[in-house]
Write a new protein. Structure first.
Length: 432
């Protein structure tokens, strides 16, 4: 397909998503099924355009002076590095191409002045109602923070030290220009894609199939590292899902901890069995939602709550979630977080620890939940997560937002500060 056809296809997918209120992945998949002649290069180019529009929908519309899907896609293509001249030449004589916006529109779009008069939420590319919560969560820099949450993400992996050294995995991934990540000692990174390319499907690589590495954002790796899984301890991963953090906890303990993995959702938990086997993780007992865990109450050295959340730290990867999020959904997640913390805390033994993690940057889901929990649990105190960071990642820069809460501190990672997805980390300790 020529560029014009790809642009027309991206417009079609966006119209379909909007008209039928469907997830972007479904709309892209259906387009692919209905257009089997399109090659993999076409599909990735079209996918990039659609995702770029979703990431920056409001600022693109403001700069283009139009919310029409074609205007947004042209804006995304220009932002991805096409010059107006190259774009005009590429569309010349292409009968599938939508009409190119006028020179005036393009000049206005490219001018650095155009966004200066935009409302804050437009410049930040978020729904209006989120401007207040994001400002309260991320401070004066919040617009730059939100803009970075609208960038294309890198592909991060975690070397599985149970089976390999990071350098061995790096050598294995050499054809993909992977680099060590700057913060996590386990991390490997393939930089964000440029232009029309796409990330390699590393899951078909021998190293992935044999468990030498996992796909895991560096922020998620750091959250697992900060949880400080020690050899010889009992650990409960209470919201284990598909086991991303369970596997990291097993690796951190050198396969020498007793790890219990639980999740309320059987479907989400299902992939954990294969992943444990592939990673060579030992000492992990998976509990189905139907299991009675009462015998484990008060016995854990560490309970990790990787809580259900809005995912407001992962908008680079799931930009459609940003536009679907509503105030009532945020309230619902907060209630779930309180309930999960309440239940999970019962498993912490006297003197044991409770790590609270989300992949959100919103204070309501993070520090505010910790404050609410502490208010009704005087038997717990908040630890200093900055000190845990310094101890766990010696020599690493303080690449986070820290907030003092009571006598301790909590941390938020963001793409702007940490180069990771947005993650929150707090550690609480039960009185001995
Ligand atoms: C952020 S995801 C976990 C991701 C996982 N830890 C990982 O690293 O791959 C949150 C999980 O919490 C689970 N969950 C939601 N409510 C729960 C509850 N009341 N008890 C236990 N798990 C719950 C969800 O099913 C979901 O799998």
């Amino acid at each position: 397909m020529r560029l014009g056809g790809r642009i027309a296809a991206a417009v079609e997918v966006i119209e379909d998503m909007t008209a039928r209120r469907r997830p972007v992945a479904d709309a892209l998949k259906d387009w692919g099924l209905a257009h089997r002649f399109a090659g993999s290069g076409d599909r990735s180019a079209i996918g990039n355009m659609v995702y770029d529009v979703l990431r920056r929908r409001r600022s693109l519309a403001h700069r283009m002076g139009s919310e029409a899907p074609a205007a947004l896609v042209f804006g995304a293509v220009l932002d991805a590095g096409q010059t107006p001249e190259a774009l005009r030449a590429a569309l010349e004589g292409d009968r599938f191409a939508p009409p190119l916006p006028s020179d005036d529109v393009i000049q206005r779009f490219l001018s650095s002045e155009t966004l200066k008069d935009a409302p804050e939420a437009v410049a930040a590319d978020v729904p209006d109602w989120l401007a207040g919560p994001l400002k309260a969560s991320l401070g004066d820099d919040w617009i730059a923070e939100a803009q970075t949450l609208s960038d294309r993400p890198p592909l991060d992996m975690r070397a599985n030290l149970l089976k390999a050294e990071r350098n061995d995995v790096l050598a294995d991934l050499k054809p993909f220009a992977a680099e060590p990540t700057p913060l996590s000692p386990w991390g490997l990174r393939i930089p964000p894609i440029e232009g029309e390319g796409r990330h390699p499907n590393v899951q078909v690589e021998r190293g992935f199939q044999t468990g030498l590495f996992e796909i895991q954002d560096e922020g998620s790796q750091i959250a697992a590292l900060l949880a400080s899984a020690q050899a010889g301890t009992r650990i409960l991963d209470y919201c284990a899902g598909a086991g991303g953090k369970t596997l990291a906890l097993a690796a951190a303990s050198g396969n020498a901890a007793e790890i219990h993995a639980f999740d309320a959702d059987r479907q989400r938990l299902a992939p954990i069995w294969d992943r444990i086997a592939r990673a060579g993780a030992e000492g992990v007992e998976v509990h189905s939602p139907r299991d009675d865990l009462a015998s484990l109450h008060g016995t854990m050295d560490l309970v990790l709550v990787d809580a259900p959340c809005t995912g407001a730290g992962t908008w680079r990867r799931r930009p459609d979630a940003k536009w679907r999020l509503s105030e009532s959904q945020l309230q619902k997640r907060m209630a779930e977080q309180d309930a999960v913390l309440e239940k999970a805390s019962a498993f912490v033994k006297p003197g044991g620890r409770l790590a609270y993690v989300t992949c959100s940057v919103l204070r309501e889901e993070n520090a505010a939940r910790v404050e609410a929990f502490l208010a009704s649990h005087p038997e717990f105190r908040l630890c200093d997560a900055e000190a845990i960071w310094a101890e766990t990642l010696p020599g690493a820069p303080q690449a986070y937002h820290a907030e003092r809460v009571r006598d301790g501190a909590v941390l938020t990672l963001t793409p702007l500060r940490s180069g990771t997805d947005g993650f929150f980390f707090a550690m609480l300790e039960r009185a001995a």
